[in-house]
Design a binder for this molecule. Structure first.
Ligand code: AMP
Ligand code: ZN
Length: 451
């Protein structure tokens, strides 16, 4: 896979028995759009491809439910902003969109991560890391009582993005308005003092406040992956400043290169334009399913594009993918019922060569038409590819039934919500997730689905 930091295609290797993977998760203040989903599918494809070649993978994905400030003039916390808009509590907003995120992933056959730590539940961990950074001279207390990372303390700043400190000008987008107490314009806040803010704040050795966004990913990746990340995934926009800052923080703690491989997915455009609320062209997975289109059609369109190229999603391309998906499923079914998979060297090498999914898909189209290949063999190759593509080509979906124990948990959660016992309802949701059931709260009550 291409590594953004070394600017070359490198083999993914691990010193340990399992490959440690970290994928920056969603900021849960709104529905994930199809662009966000492209990045989450990328991480799933990498994980599945590694598993296809026999590796074990441990994947961690964070849930940002505090500390991500909007990059506009307001620099307000995205969660608090949305809570005000929806006339709700910030944690209600966070849990609502977190659940919807899991629903979207399940619909797209994205395998669940091993853990989804939440920023709000990892505050102590972040504080420990900030204390260590202050102790070793990488961070300082600003004149405004915020804690800042000193960019100049980290000599190789800029290695991922090429944005070296001497080239960074003051007043850029990466700075927030309320960070007047820092010593140098490229420094960033690790901990912000509460000021007039009353919600989503925590006690700390430096007074009440809340964490910055970048420290979250350092704290979680190092803690949950034993101080080293083999593969770090995110969208291209995170390359700078988010990943540059994360690298500086993590390396300053481990005194080592904490991430071996930085993988960035290019952005997705919709009908030729960047998706934005103001332009009114934000596409959600629910917009696709509302048209009666299988959500895996989106996964197929994404697979037809190289992850390192910007892709333009259109309704025509989604419709065409849906047609292909239906045809393939019908054919695979007509080719027999065997569950045998047969390795295809060309598909394998395409996937292993910087995740060339368009080439793998092209190979399937060729096999489909090849009259010299037996039906049985065609089916076995399609089933082989589907271990990574995950388009449900050969498996008939299970009927929607659950055990009596899970039904009881669902009922208990329903009651907990009626009694406004949010802690219990969260706990039950986590328990159900362990059992492979995902629940979401809609205006007409609790809904569930199988992962
Ligand atoms: P966010 O919820 O905004 O923190 O973003 C979650 C993930 O989606 C991050 O990895 C972003 O880099 C990625 N992302 C945001 N916009 C797009 C887009 N248009 N196409 C692909 N990935 C995106
Ligand atoms: Zn991150």
């Amino acid at each position: 896979m291409y590594d953004t930091a070394s600017r070359e295609v490198k083999e993914i290797i691990s010193k340990n028995s399992a490959i440690s993977m970290y994928c920056c998760g969603p900021t849960v203040y709104r529905d994930a759009h199809v662009g966000n989903l492209r990045t989450f599918i990328l991480s799933d494809l990498i994980k599945r491809a590694l598993k296809l070649q026999g590796d074990t993978v441990r994947l961690i994905q964070n849930i940002t439910d505090v500390g991500h400030l909007a990059e506009d003039l307001d620099s307000q916390d995205k969660m608090l902003m949305q809570a005000k808009k929806e006339n709700s509590e910030p944690f209600e907003i966070a849990r609502k969109y977190e659940t919807k995120f899991h629903f979207d992933l399940a619909a797209l056959n994205v395998e669940p991560a091993d853990q989804y730590p939440r920023a709000s539940e990892t505050i102590e961990l972040m504080q420990e890391m900030i204390s260590s950074l202050i102790e070793n001279g990488s961070a300082y207390i600003g004149t405004d009582a915020n804690i800042y990372f000193s960019a100049k303390s980290f000599a190789s700043y800029g290695a991922i993005s090429g944005n070296k400190l001497d080239a960074l000008q003051p007043g850029h987008r990466y700075e927030y308005l309320d960070e007047g107490g820092k010593l140098f314009h490229a420094d960033w806040a690790l901990w912000k003092s509460a000021g007039t803010r009353t919600e989503m704040i925590w006690d700390s050795p430096w007074g009440a406040g809340f964490p910055g966004w970048h420290i979250e990913c350092s704290a979680m990746s190092l803690r949950y992956l034993d101080n080293h990340v083999d593969v770090h995934v995110g969208g291209i926009d995170l390359r700078f400043p988010h990943h540059e800052n994360e690298r500086a923080q993590s390396n300053s703690i481990t005194k080592n290169e904490s991430v071996s491989h930085w993988i960035h997915g290019e952005h997705l455009l919709f009908e030729g334009r960047k998706m934005s609320k103001s332009a009114g062209n934000v596409l959600l997975l629910s917009d696709i399913t509302a048209r009666g289109i299988d959500p895996l059609s989106l996964r197929l369109v994404i697979l037809e594009n190289k992850y390192r190229s910007q892709m333009d999603l259109t309704w025509d391309s989604i419709d065409a993918a849906f047609t292909t998906l239906k045809r393939w499923r019908k054919k695979v079914d007509s080719w027999g019922s065997s569950l045998i998979v047969k390795k295809d060297d060309e598909i394998f090498s395409s996937l292993m060569n910087d995740l060339d999914t368009p080439k793998a898909i092209q190979r399937l189209r060729t096999i489909e038409k090849d009259s010299l290949i037996s039906d049985e063999m065609k089916r076995a190759i399609f089933m082989y590819a589907d271990q990574v593509l995950a388009l449900d080509l050969g498996i008939k979906k299970n009927s929607k039934s659950i055990s009596a124990q899970c039904a009881k948990l669902l009922e208990e959660r329903n009651i907990a919500r009626q009694e406004k016992d949010w802690a219990k309802s969260d706990l039950l949701r986590d328990q159900l997730m362990q059992e492979g059931i995902i629940v979401s709260d809609t205006s007409s009550g609790q809904e569930w689905d199988l992962i």
